[in-house]
Design a protein around this ligand. Structure first.
Ligand SMILES: [Cu+2]
Length: 95
């Protein structure tokens, strides 16, 4: 029975390809309801950007959200929400 092993090997290769080196990168959408004017997103973005491990921040004033891409071996969601809260904008994970 050689085929099952071959299939397993193929699946293992696919699994390895599907889990590349940047697997530590996470993206989270934070709800930031406290943004009340067009200048607020700038403050929120600056606060989040300062967190170590954050790679990309996209703040939408219209949607009251911040989409954050970060290295989850360096930063945690808790650090991100704390950063916005410290800047005066409490946030929570949007589901
Ligand atoms: Cu504002």
């Amino acid at each position: 029975m050689k085929h099952p092993n071959t299939l397993l090997a193929t699946l293992t290769v696919f699994a390895a390809l599907a889990t590349p080196t940047w697997a530590a990168t996470s993206t989270v959408t934070l709800a930031v309801p406290g943004m009340t004017c067009a200048a607020c997103p700038i403050t929120v973005k600056m606060a989040i950007t300062k967190v170590e491990g954050v790679q990309k921040v996209n703040v939408s004033y219209e949607k009251r959200t911040a989409v954050v891409t970060f290295d989850d071996t360096k930063a945690s969601i808790q650090q991100l929400t704390k950063a916005t809260e410290d800047a005066g904008y409490p946030s929570s994970v949007k589901r």
